[in-house]
Design a binder for this molecule. Structure first.
Ligand SMILES: Cc1cc2nc3c(=O)[nH]c(=O)nc-3n(C[C@H](O)[C@H](O)[C@H](O)COP(=O)(O)OP(=O)(O)OC[C@H]3O[C@@H](n4cnc5c(N)ncnc54)[C@H](O)[C@@H]3O)c2cc1C
Ligand SMILES: NC(=O)c1ccc[n+]([C@@H]2O[C@H](COP(=O)([O-])OP(=O)(O)OC[C@H]3O[C@@H](n4cnc5c(N)ncnc54)[C@H](OP(=O)(O)O)[C@@H]3O)[C@@H](O)[C@H]2O)c1
Length: 441
């Protein structure tokens, strides 16, 4: 009997890393390609893949207990919210612990992934010698990340200053003494505005829908220690009420700081977490306006009619989901919407799996880990339901998402940490029990 074809993994960020680990656990052979010259993806500062959005002062906003993979805790001595250099150090330990390093082909970009009927033809460019090769694989795991293709809105007007997307932001030095407008009040926007408020001449945040800004710590404990598994089982209205009361005690009403309440209720947006931002607004270090309406050469005119001199606009407006190597027939992406069973499998296409294509309220790694575990089970022979069953579940997931979240491109892949994690665990445990591989995690 001939050996089965290998599997192809695209990307050596944390999602690709845990995918490789689970294929190794099952003795499944694979080729693994990465554009950059090392692993870590977003967590490698100044990554030579040209895609990392990490800035020098970045600390994770999900506590270390929630962030770590199940089989490698973060060190006890580390802070609750580690710095990005510690996250990379942690990922290095993961690479070593599971002996992954020798399996990656660095400086190799996957440029085309096509179904052939017998498997998948994957074209790869060697970025060192500029050669191209195509090989056949039985399955493809796409772990290319979803925070790398900037969503850069048009600037309406003859603005003569500098315009950049937050992905390019590294540190405050280039902005010392400048008038800066930051567009967006997600985690990137509030982090950058808070940092710049100590260095720039002025900082204004332009936000079209506002945000509920949550503190990192409540009563001295990391915020996510209050979002427990049992809380996730309560009806959304009860979660909103409980969480709202906690926030009221911890920080009072948000408008009292001069930052508007968003249009939607709590938990209708991906959370914006900052211990500093509201105080900086209250103390006048950061101005807040509604969205940019237009610009002149030197000024920004906001939607409320006010005007502000501006040297630099930083668009902290998030990212587009993108698979430049895939035909839209394999997976269409419209307004960031993707239709995937369990957020992993396209229901009408065999042998391609998406790992890490979710945005949890809570951290990604443990969820990507269970996704990778399930994908390894599928590649190893576990069956999927019929396409009709998968599509029905996708519809239910999308309806649930629409019932909770504001209708925005940034909310199309939201999942609840505990519900998603526990659901994937149950699925994987049942599969392991059925194929007698219960030791494999
Ligand atoms: C500023 C910022 C802060 C964040 N903070 C947190 C946090 O606190 N907690 C949290 O859980 N999440 C956070 N996230 C989300 C973050 O995206 C994930 O933590 C994590 O980086 C996702 O890992 P990944 O492997 O899926 O993607 P990435 O880290 O983006 O890695 C993808 C890899 O695939 C490679 N690749 C892409 N295309 C190809 C190709 N065609 N061929 C070969 N290789 C390819 C890339 O070079 C890259 O190395 C943050 C995101 C940003 C932008
Ligand atoms: N410290 C940390 O750990 C940290 C730091 C940074 C980022 N992150 C993570 O990285 C991911 C990306 O975060 P992000 O803040 O870069 O992006 P994001 O969460 O998508 O937020 C984008 C912001 O830009 C606004 N926006 C989008 N398009 C706009 C437009 N055309 N005009 C005006 N405003 C627009 C959005 O407002 P609407 O709501 O109106 O669309 C939102 O306020 C998230 O998962 C986040 O948690 C984590």
């Amino acid at each position: 009997m001939t050996d089965p074809l290998p599997v192809c993994i695209i990307g050596a960020g944390l999602s690709g890393m845990t995918s490789a680990k689970h294929l190794l656990d099952r003795g499944i052979s694979f080729d693994w390609f990465e554009i950059g010259s090392s692993y870590g993806g977003n967590w490698r500062y100044n990554n030579d893949n040209g895609r990392s959005a990490a800035y020098a002062s970045l600390y994770i906003d999900t506590s270390k207990g929630r962030f770590a993979f199940s089989d490698l805790p973060m060190p006890k001595a580390w802070p609750n919210y580690p710095h990005h250099t510690q996250v990379l150090e942690y990922l290095s330990k993961y690479m070593q612990a599971f002996d992954l390093a020798s399996h990656v082909s660095y400086r190799h970009e996957v440029t085309l992934v096509e179904p052939t009927g017998d498997g998948w033809m994957v074209t790869v460019r060697n970025l060192v010698d500029d050669t191209v090769a195509a090989n056949l694989y039985r399955a493809v795991i796409v772990a290319n990340g979803h925070h790398w293709a900037p969503n850069l809105p048009q600037t309406d007007g003859p603005f003569a200053g500098k315009i950049l997307h937050a992905q390019e932001y590294r540190s405050p030095e280039p902005f010392i003494g400048q008038d800066v407008v930051v567009v967006g009040a997600g985690n990137t926007g509030v982090d950058i505005a808070s940092e710049l408020s100590w260095h720039a001449k002025s900082v204004t945040v332009a936000t079209r829908s506002g945000a509920h800004v949550l503190p990192r710590y409540v009563f001295g404990r990391p915020l996510d220690s209050f979002t427990t598994r049992s809380m996730a089982k309560l009806p959304l209205s009860v979660q909103r009420g409980t969480f709202g009361s906690l926030l009221f005690l911890a920080r009072g009403r948000q408008p009292s700081y001069g930052f508007p309440e968003p249009d939607g209720p709590l938990l209708a947006q991906h959370p914006t977490v900052s211990q500093d931002f509201l105080r900086l607004v209250k103390d006048g270090q950061i101005e807040v306006r509604r969205n940019i309406s237009r610009t002149t050469a030197t000024d920004i005119v906001f939607a409320d009619g006010t005007t502000q001199p501006c040297d630099v606009i930083i668009y902290a407006t998030g990212y587009r989901i993108s698979f430049p190597f895939l035909d839209g027939d394999v997976l269409g992406v419209e307004n960031n919407e993707v239709a995937l069973y369990k957020r992993i499998v396209p229901p009408d296409v065999d042998g391609i799996y998406f790992v890490g294509l979710i945005q949890p309220v809570g951290a990604l790694p443990p969820l990507a880990e269970q996704q990778a575990r399930w994908v390894a089970q599928l590649i190893d022979g576990q069956e999927l339901p019929t396409s009709a069953v998968m599509k029905a579940e996708i519809q239910r997931d999308q309806a649930e998402l629409a019932a909770q979240y504001d209708d925005r491109p940034r909310h199309t892949i939201q999942v609840d940490y505990w519900r998603y994690l526990d659901g994937m665990h149950r699925l994987c445990d049942a599969n392991d029990a059925s194929d007698g591989a219960s030791g494999i995690r």
